[in-house]
Design a protein around this ligand. Structure first.
Ligand SMILES: NC(=O)c1ccc[n+]([C@@H]2O[C@H](COP(=O)([O-])OP(=O)(O)OC[C@H]3O[C@@H](n4cnc5c(N)ncnc54)[C@H](O)[C@@H]3O)[C@@H](O)[C@H]2O)c1
Length: 355
């Protein structure tokens, strides 16, 4: 299926959030595929930011401004006339949504509204993937995976804003886009992803990696809890295949699709860390008594719609996922100037891997 991605060659692609964790990998991937990439993000001066580590090696036009600014979003969309848009710009962390809920709501909801209004002014053909989250679903504390038809919800401001972006998208689509023949759009819902170049706080793997690279010892509070582990390239392959299928099949326009790994099941945090240690023997951690506060169960996604309609499949098992993650951070530790070739190699390996 990934062979079909050659359709992106020479296409103009707008990625919002191109210097974020997922956006930076998507940018490199599309550049490898021969696309002309344009990005919108907020400036990030952190030298270790994945995009900053690779930007000298790639040809890309970056616009740095706030997507809450409707005029600027519209100017870029209308001036650049993209063939494809991947919308990833968002306030992406639950803890930050609690510290600054207004920025979270405005960025995630008004930012999307600005983009949809701009897209509606395009006269040319354009295909767009709006990235939301597994957190858009109302958490019913169930053990089975959520389907695209399940009820939306979300209590913390981040999750609620992601449910709101889904409602905004479907309302806007059915009211303004359904009769437009030149525009096709979908939303994509994926869960927490892991991979090289993520430096976010309050995420288990980036927090551990930062401490290990600093020769410190992280404290693990919930060693027995499981996570819906998924490598970033799995989710991105879903977004790319969705854009490809959207080009070929107008019937899927207006739909939402879940992307989750079914190759990795029920791996606890402790088992995951032990597997990392096998590949990186220097790493250590301390276990602290379990948090006595109630922890809501993590959302799992049912990916059967993406498998059936898009012919998308997850590729990586737990060991392959950990290999990619550890390899990236180990190389970063040795020579961070080389990260463009490390990231490119991982994308090529992923593309060539059989299911
Ligand atoms: N990383 C995950 O595990 C995960 C899980 C589920 C959903 N998502 C979603 O995927 C998308 C990308 O996530 P990520 O992990 O790469 O996030 P990230 O925080 O690493 O990157 C966010 C990007 O959005 C940009 N941005 C934020 N606010 C902006 C604003 N007001 N104006 C312009 N640009 C702005 C940032 O500059 C950055 O490029 C987001 O929509 C996020 O909610 C991520």
């Amino acid at each position: 299926m990934l062979k079909k991605l050659k359709i992106f060659k020479n296409k103009k692609i707008l990625i919002t959030g191109h210097n974020g964790f997922k956006g930076s990998w998507l940018t490199i991937w599309l550049i490898i595929l021969g696309a002309k990439v344009v990005g919108i993000s907020l400036k990030d001066n952190n030298q270790n930011n994945h995009f900053n580590l690779v930007k000298k090696k790639i040809k890309i036009k970056s616009y740095y401004f706030d997507i809450r600014n409707k005029k600027r979003v519209q100017d870029v969309v209308l001036n650049e006339q993209p063939d494809y848009i991947f919308h990833l710009a968002a306030q992406s962390l639950v803890y930050k949504s609690i510290i600054n809920p207004r920025f979270n709501w405005e960025t995630n909801v008004i930012g999307l509204l600005n983009l949809l209004e701009s897209i509606s002014k395009l006269k040319k053909k354009c295909y767009g993937i709006i990235v939301t989250s597994d957190k858009c679903y109302k958490n019913l504390e169930q053990n089975k995976g959520y389907k695209e038809t399940d009820i939306l919800g979300g209590i913390d401001p981040y999750s609620a804003s992601k449910a709101s972006t889904e409602i905004l998208f479907h309302s806007y689509y059915k009211t303004f886009f359904i009769s437009k023949k030149n525009i096709r759009l979908c939303t994509a819902r994926a869960g927490n992803v892991i991979g090289g170049g993520d430096w976010s706080s309050y995420r288990l793997i980036p927090d551990c990696m930062k401490m290990w690279l600093n020769n410190s010892v992280p404290i693990i509070r919930n060693p027995k809890s499981t996570r819906p582990w998924q490598h970033v390239l799995e989710a991105l392959s879903g977004y790319l295949i969705l854009a490809y299928q959207l080009t070929k099949n107008k019937k899927i326009s207006g739909h939402s699709f879940n992307f989750s790994s079914d190759k990795i099941k029920n791996i606890t945090v402790l088992e995951f860390l032990k597997k990392i240690k096998k590949k990186w023997p220097d790493v250590k951690w301390k276990i602290k008594a379990k948090n006595k506060f109630y922890e809501s169960s993590l959302l799992q996604l049912n990916n059967s719609k993406a498998k059936k309609i898009l012919n998308w499949n997850a590729k990586l098992n737990i060991n392959e996922t950990i290999d990619f993650v550890v390899e990236w951070y180990k190389y970063f530790n040795i020579n961070k100037k080389n990260m463009f070739s490390v990231s490119c190699n991982q994308i090529s390996k992923y593309m060539n891997k059989k299911i």
